[in-house]
Design a protein. Sequence first.
Length: 60
Amino acid sequence: MPDSNVDLAREIRNLKDEIMQMKGLIDLLVFLVVESDDDEEDDMSDLLLSGAPEVPRFNN
């Protein structure tokens, strides 16, 4: 536990720095998840536009 106001101020500053780093990591993770979801939506839209997966057909 800090003993003086100076120690308290230093601890608060360090905690603020750690919080900013965590926010940066959370922003990065959210960005990666959103990008990942966008890729999956693109894949799904290709299937929806084609109507169904391609199935080999025989000519009769």
